[in-house]
Design a protein around this ligand. Sequence first.
Ligand code: PLP
Length: 407
Amino acid sequence: MQTCIYLDNNATTRVDPEVVEAMLPYLSEYYGNPSSMHSFGGQVGKVVKQARQQVAALIGADDSEIIFTSCGTEGDNAAIRAALQAQPDKRHIVTTQVEHPAVLNVCKQLETQGYTVTYLSVNRQGQIDLDELAASMTGNTALVTIMYANNETGVVFPIEQIGLRVKEYGAIFHVDAVQAVGKIPLNMKTSTVDLLTLSGHKLHAPKGIGALYVRRGVRFRPLLVGGHQERGRRAGTENVPGIVALGKAAEIELAHLAATTNKQKQLRDRLEKTLLETIPNCEVNGDVFDGKLRKNRLPNTTNIGFKYIEGEAILLSLNQFGICASSGSACTSGSLEPSHVLRSMGLPYTTLHGSIRFSLSRYTTDAEVDAVLAVMPGIVERLRALSPFNNDQADWLQGREEALVNG
Ligand code: PLP
């Protein structure tokens, strides 16, 4: 297997070797079922309990408020469905245009099942307007589901300010915190959030494990029905190795959160600043104001638009140097669709298609950032030389796009 310079940590992360070590015995000798009456299973039940405490500690929750799930997508689905079932008379949901498909596609499905959904817009900085949120809320609003931090841009929403408005209308507040947990300190004890989703593989645990926080007192009906696991809130025999791994990963994140995020932020800032300085016609997509970088972004993420070229071409070129990054685009049924997030932010056509996300982790080194900085100017220059658009044509194209959009 080839190794690489991995700057795609919002997609998934390397499993921490300590996490692997912690989970291995539960793949081999300790294979008991935690629900069994015998002590062979019972000892496994104890480690599940410990992992629940570790996950709860990371987000400042009580362990009784944690339900283990299979992934972030399941957590989002379970939270949204549960919130609606708890309030069968209410038929309105508020979300944003820039959510992950794990939320957006559930909302779209719910629209076919008699629900009305408001998709809040975002501005050029990727931020929602709190007045638009307030104006959208009614007594019929059952649920507000808004992400903590955007996976593509790293833009962080003002979750507690949003939560205060949500509470005025008595709606349930779900937050998809898949990208925030382990990168931002969270404390559910002082929070307005009712339901919060997290996913193991974004914080150095393996794929296939996640958790949902359900505030005590919030009525919860399970998505998966069957046995009595997770106190009847998520049926199915527990993924014990995954749960142990998530617990260990949470413990490590909590112990090193401030130090690792500071280091990542320094590296991210150096990468971003130097790219902006050395490459003409590029800009940060995200919470940037008057050319100055603001704080409302994850410490590990930068999304940069390189005008007049295709993001995919940059990625392929980076790949040749063993560098993994990501474009904002999702490859949908063979056609390259521009990112719904960047589109919602109203980016010009010329930037939209040439946007790249670099996302760092605690394993990212100075040398890796140097390697990216060494090759990026050359890659962009070469692709621009090949690009069918010179700047005039790009402006013409932008004009055509605007004309089409405006009818
Ligand atoms: N929500 C956000 C913001 C994400 O970034 C992701 C994954 O990229 C998910 C949900 C889905 O998580 P999972 O891959 O664990 O299903």
